[in-house]
Design a protein around this ligand. Structure first.
Ligand SMILES: [Zn+2]
Length: 412
């Protein structure tokens, strides 16, 4: 990586276009001056043009020389890139579970563009995807369990409501822009207040976090070392008018903010310093806002396409290695519904727990889900079928007896 950084530095310092642009500008200036002269004194035109020839030729040479450095810099950089990222073949697409779902992939791309705020790219993409609908080409032997799901068809049939989503995300980006760039909490607070009940039901702290930051901003407005108490007094008035609904759920936090009033002249040495000197406060409320906004739309805070592509990039080296081993040993990947090897992903990529049946020691699948018996013990569907044979049976882990129809499917 050092090698690459070195080349980037070189490109930035020496092999950039700034000198070239300057030199070309000089040539343009020469020509413009000459044109003005010819226009003003037409009789001197032949003389002016003759005088121009030498300098213009020279300036072209200089410009070409400037470009040489850029070409050689780019050449070296791309060589360094090739050296670092060797061209490796991708695993074959023999078991491509998505080959039968091209519309689903298009939908994921459209959603990704919309939620990234790339509205015009998204609408062009949706238009073109609708004009040229893709044709599924299932790879043989790959299961296609969800081919008929309605949510796959909504992009093709035009029921994918991109306009509405676009409006919603436009609102989200507007509020985020106000938060991050303008340090203006008002639109975010108004948004959260309108949805106060829903947010509270979700256990979200967003509304309070926003109002707390507003309090801090008012408090420190004018600088914390200021000797006049205007800021703290404005914060006090804000708390009195706005903190009422928070008294119960955030009693402790509200008390601490009020306690800070006593230290208004030396907050930095007070026990409440952390509320007032938090550099990441704005980014924290922005992240929290994005998470809540997306979840009220029924979406995750991060784009699923981004997560899938990143997880895929992490998995690729392992899968390539596996493919080589399979080739050498002439074996095949037979478990199409799950990966043949474990792929270690970072903790933020763990979305749900997995269940291993304590009887069969097998990991549960869609076809063989975990089932909970009335006694509370959980085993896989297949183990349940084998043990019960359709009649009342005893739980393998406690004296509890039950009928298999009383078992409930567990969703992880
Ligand atoms: Zn039991």
């Amino acid at each position: 990586m050092d090698d690459l950084n070195e080349h980037i530095e070189l490109l930035e310092k020496k092999a950039n276009l700034s000198k070239g642009i300057d030199d070309i500008q000089k040539t343009i200036d020469l020509l413009v001056t000459a044109r003005a002269k010819v226009a003003a004194e037409p009789e001197t035109a032949p003389m002016t043009l003759a005088k121009l020839q030498g300098p213009v030729e020279k300036s072209f040479d200089t410009a070409m020389n400037d470009l040489k450095k850029i070409y050689s810099g780019l050449g070296k950089y791309s060589k360094a890139l090739d050296k670092k990222f060797k061209d490796k073949p991708l695993p074959t697409a023999e078991n491509d579970a998505l080959s039968s779902h091209p519309s689903l992939i298009n939908r994921a791309i459209a959603m990704h563009l919309l939620r990234e705020g790339q509205f015009s790219v998204a609408s062009t993409f949706i238009e073109e995807a609708n004009a040229h609908p893709p044709h599924p080409e299932p790879t043989p032997g790959t299961p296609n369990p969800y081919l008929e799901e309605a949510w796959e068809k909504d992009l093709v049939s035009g029921t994918f409501n991109s306009k509405q989503l676009q409006q919603q995300f436009a609102e989200m980006y507007h509020i985020l822009h106000e938060l991050r760039q303008q340090k203006n909490l008002a639109p975010a607070i108004a948004w959260a207040r309108e949805r106060s009940a829903v947010l509270e039901a979700r256990g979200s702290n967003l509304e309070f976090e926003l109002c707390q930051l507003q309090f801090v901003c008012l408090f420190s407005d004018g600088g914390m070392t200021d000797s006049d108490a205007d800021g703290p007094l404005r914060a006090w008035a804000y708390a009195r008018s706005e903190f009422g609904p928070f008294q119960h759920r955030y009693a402790r936090e509200v008390q601490q903010l009020m306690g800070a009033m006593a230290y208004w002249q030396n907050i930095a040495d007070s026990p409440y310093r952390r509320y007032f000197y938090n550099d990441s406060a704005w980014e924290e409320v922005a992240t929290s806002f994005t998470r809540e906004f997306c979840s009220l739309l029924g979406l995750s805070a991060d784009s699923p396409l981004y997560i899938a592509a990143t997880a895929g990039a992490i998995a690729l080296p392992t899968l390539l290695k596996l493919q080589n081993i399979m080739k050498e040993k002439r074996t095949e990947w037979t478990t199409q519904n799950e990966l043949p090897v474990e792929i270690p992903l970072p903790p933020s990529y763990h979305f749900h727990s997995i269940f291993v049946c304590p009887v069969s020691k097998e990991q549960s699948t869609d076809q063989n889900p975990p089932m909970m018996m009335p006694c509370g013990h959980v085993i896989a569907q297949e183990s349940l079928d084998k043990l019960s044979k359709g009649a009342r049976f005893k739980c393998p882990y406690c004296p509890g007896e039950s009928h298999p129809r009383d078992a409930k499917k567990v969703f992880l």
